[in-house]
Design a protein around this ligand. Structure first.
Ligand SMILES: [Zn+2]
Length: 116
């Protein structure tokens, strides 16, 4: 599970943010998760609870926002969803260029943190 260190660092960032803000508790953390990571929301919350136990973030709710996978064409700038050909060569549906990059869908990052 290579997401564990990432989640642990997310909790670390949230706790540091709380300290810097002079807050005593973290109430909620908004996290953006790309759908390509295929993470199980229930699993993330239970691991979050485990990692935050005994910290100011204990009991905080983890709000996951899934971002859809999206490619961006480097030739014409169009963005488009992966479509049915996952895993194979991805070509731009507009100009057929194969110079495409992943624009979103692989994130795992903090969007905002609520503290008191
Ligand atoms: Zn294109």
């Amino acid at each position: 599970m290579h997401e564990l260190p990432i989640l642990r660092s997310i909790v670390g960032v949230a706790l540091r943010h709380a300290v810097e803000a002079g807050a005593s508790r973290v109430l909620a953390v908004d996290v953006k998760v790309g759908e390509l990571r295929g993470l199980d929301a229930a699993w993330i919350q239970s691991y979050f609870d485990f990692v935050t136990e005994g910290t100011p973030a204990a009991g905080a709710s983890l709000r996951l926002k899934e971002s859809k996978a999206l490619f961006r064409c480097r030739s014409c700038g169009a963005t488009f969803p992966p479509g049915p050909h996952a895993g194979g060569d991805v070509a731009c549906p507009h100009c057929s260029s194969k110079h495409v990059e992943l624009a979103s869908g692989n994130e795992l990052l903090i969007e905002s943190i609520d503290v008191v």
